[in-house]
Design a protein around this ligand. Structure first.
Ligand SMILES: *Cc1c(COP(=O)(O)O)cnc(C)c1O
Length: 408
């Protein structure tokens, strides 16, 4: 065991012997680009020409008026190419892979969003691309599977275990062990063995760097609080890192699902259902039982539905550097509807968790203060879930009509 990549007691790299050299190489390359100012400059240039950066910081005047407290600002990661902050991570790793001379990328995906982002990056850089996905998820996420394939990626349905995300992660590692020389594994969030938590957070830090400058330009002062939803933790780390050295309160919002007492949620840091453990190559809080069996998770948003969490956030939780809250499925739909109707903005279901919590707290702050909500992605992708949740009868009719066309 190495001592690098630890955040307090969390993190590390618990690897099979065969992968140690590959991780050493990755770490060495990452350390090199971190010290090379031209890499970050090229990264910013790529993100501005390909992914709409810098993304705006939007003042939400109507929501501010409605709650009558702090000024509400929204950091618009939904305006990235492919509709979410995931582009920041995959494009950064793509640039690194190119410099390392590798020609093939693999990734695992649950809901398919990270798979689509990786397939997009691979098309742009000319890499061969294979995406591992649990067979159950392949069936549930047809639109994303369709786009990955159209973008030129090979999607492999994983038939092992319960045929969901964790099984896809195992399969991706198996591929990597076999093809280390040619292949890079594009991990999708600030989790996994070192150096991934640090590296993914590094690329996502572009969010916080921009947001800090933008709020100072707009308000002439720092925000009181900043809010981000927490799945694996990458968009939260991205926004938070801009304010690490400031007197700004950092708030991470997890999936409260049907409620923290229901057993049907994905809250690792603000429920009593998680404990520290080692799995998937790193140490963090996992939703697990006393025997270390991973629990079933639930969230209305696929992107927050995960048993582990970034080891960096676990450490920030224990030390009080950040505060963690949750929002239930019902609160999330309400916050989403309000944001659409008041601002004409459609946040992703994931992002709507941050909105829901911020709406609860905004009225308690003074009108002179400002808060920032990270809109990690756009909600168009969630049309099936949202239409079901608001029980739109015409949408149902449309789906049935479509199905009948195929049956005819
Ligand atoms: C994937 C995803 C998330 C969750 O990932 P983090 O690593 O926690 O940021 C959040 N929001 C959106 C829109 C996503 O697509």
């Amino acid at each position: 065991m190495k001592n690098r990549g630890y955040y307090g007691d969390y993190g590390g790299a618990f690897l099979p012997e065969i992968l140690v050299a590959t991780f050493d190489e990755l770490e060495k390359e990452f350390e090199r680009i971190k010290k090379d100012p031209s890499f970050w400059k090229d990264y910013e240039t790529l993100m501005s020409s390909y992914s709409g950066r810098p993304t705006p910081l939007t003042f939400a005047g109507n929501l501010t008026q409605k709650f009558g407290g702090a000024k509400i600002y929204i950091k618009r990661e939904d305006l990235n190419h492919t509709g979410a902050h995931k582009a920041n991570n995959v494009m950064g790793q793509g640039m690194l892979v190119k410099q390392m001379g590798k020609k093939r990328v693999i990734a695992e995906t649950g809901a398919g969003q990270h798979g689509v982002a990786t397939a997009t990056m691979a098309a742009k850089f000319g890499f061969d691309c294979t995406i591992y996905m649990g067979e159950v998820d392949v069936l549930r996420q047809r639109p994303n599977v369709f786009w990955m394939e159209q973008l030129g990626a090979k999607v492999v349905p994983v038939k092992d275990g319960t045929r969901i995300l964790k099984d896809a992660i195992n399969e991706a590692f198996r591929d990597w062990v076999t093809n280390m020389d040619t292949t890079h594994y594009v991990l999708g969030t600030a989790c996994g063995p070192h150096p991934f938590p640090e590296m993914v957070s590094y690329f996502q830090s572009i969010i916080g760097k921009e947001a800090r400058k933008q709020i100072l330009d707009a308000e002439g002062r720092l925000p009181k609080r900043v809010y981000a939803c927490v799945g694996g933790g990458s968009n939260a780390m991205g926004l938070f890192s801009g304010f690490f050295n400031d007197p700004v309160e950092l708030i991470g919002v997890e999936a409260g699902g049907k409620g923290l007492n229901s057993g049907r949620h994905a809250s690792r840091l603000c429920s009593n259902d998680a404990s520290a453990g080692i799995a998937q190559g790193y140490k963090t809080y996992f939703l697990q039982d006393d025997d270390g069996q991973m629990k079933e998770t639930h969230s209305i948003s696929a992107g927050l539905d995960y048993v582990g969490v970034s080891p960096i956030l676990s450490h920030m939780h224990d030390t009080g550097k950040a505060r963690f809250e949750s929002a239930t499925d019902t609160e999330v739909i309400k916050a989403l509807q309000l944001t659409m109707q008041k601002e004409g903005i459609i946040p992703a279901l994931e992002s709507s968790h941050a909105f829901a919590r911020a709406f609860k707290e905004a009225p308690c702050l003074s009108k002179e203060e400002a808060i920032i909500i990270n809109q990690s992605g756009r909600g168009d992708k969630d049309i099936f879930t949202i239409a079901d949740a608001v029980d739109d009868p015409e949408w149902k009719e449309f789906i049935i009509e479509k199905a009948n066309e195929y049956n005819a």
